[in-house]
Design a protein around this ligand. Sequence first.
Ligand SMILES: [Fe+2]
Ligand SMILES: [Fe+2]
Length: 354
Amino acid sequence: MATEKILAEERRLLGEFEVVEFVDEKKVASLRSQLDVDVPLDLQWTWEYGNEIEELRDLYEKSKKGQWNAESDIDWAHPFPRDEWFLPRVGALLMPSILTEMGADEATCKEAAWDEFAHLISQLLHGEQAAMQLCGQLTNACPTMDAKFAAGAQVIDEVRHTEVLAKFLQRKMGTLHPIDATLKVLLDRLLAAPTWKTKTLGMQCLFEGMAVGIFDQVARATTNPLLHDIIRRVQVDEARHAAFGILTMRRLVKESTTEELAEMEDFAFSILECLNANQQLDMLRVFGPKYGLDPDNVVQMTPSLPEWPALNSEIYMHTVVPNLKRLGLITERTESDYRRLGMIHGQVGAPITH
Ligand SMILES: [Fe+2]
Ligand SMILES: [Fe+2]
């Protein structure tokens, strides 16, 4: 079975590596301005108000205990100074790492870290809005009350994440970047997916799994107390959301036919492959000229570096790959492709447990 290549028409080869990138600014603008998405949604009533799926009810209980207030529980008086390192100069972000290697001065590297990070948090913010919208859909479409409770509780978590990241950008970074075209296409696709099962796999397993990896890395690496507090709080919530995805998928996988499993495996691969195929080109295209970096050169250079598979795979290997493998949604059929594209490297660890 051939896996669908998302955005086939936006692909080109850079060296050996096939990238996805929108180079037509008009297309990017039109994707961003498309605010209405046609979503077919099957709303489900249920008259079973009791507890049917214990692990989801437990998760809902954890959600209630884990609530926090993005306005009053965060000490917004903490500074986030533009001229101080908040992440290590090398290894955490792409541009300061490359610029350091090229011999750029510290102030330039700091400025590049600031720009890249504002761009990253902006994309995460748009992702939070998508998660909020999608969980509203799941509250409608999931057939059991336990799943509706878990999804409903997640809606307020995602509202809070949208609030806290927007406030961080407005109050501390003074900027907010528009959504990347590739991300908009992928999020639209999940929001418009026809069944709650595909939405759960796409948002709850893939995007939540990626979010857990990214937030965990930032929380571990940052030296700024305000950023650490915000990201750690968000990350604890995201771990619950990823657990909601895994617990639901475990049941779904058991009930699925071999054909349905193969479809899910292909769907997961196609979404993650598309994310990987952008290789931060959307970000490099915005800031490359400011720092004298040619985006194509950067992307042509990095996959040939010996440490690239280890670095590139880190986010995937953190949560999403171990979870998919445990679910049986990465099998021999796709694993070699994940490895070839630098998304799996070395031994796949154990998935997170809750
Ligand atoms: Fe979130
Ligand atoms: Fe989430």
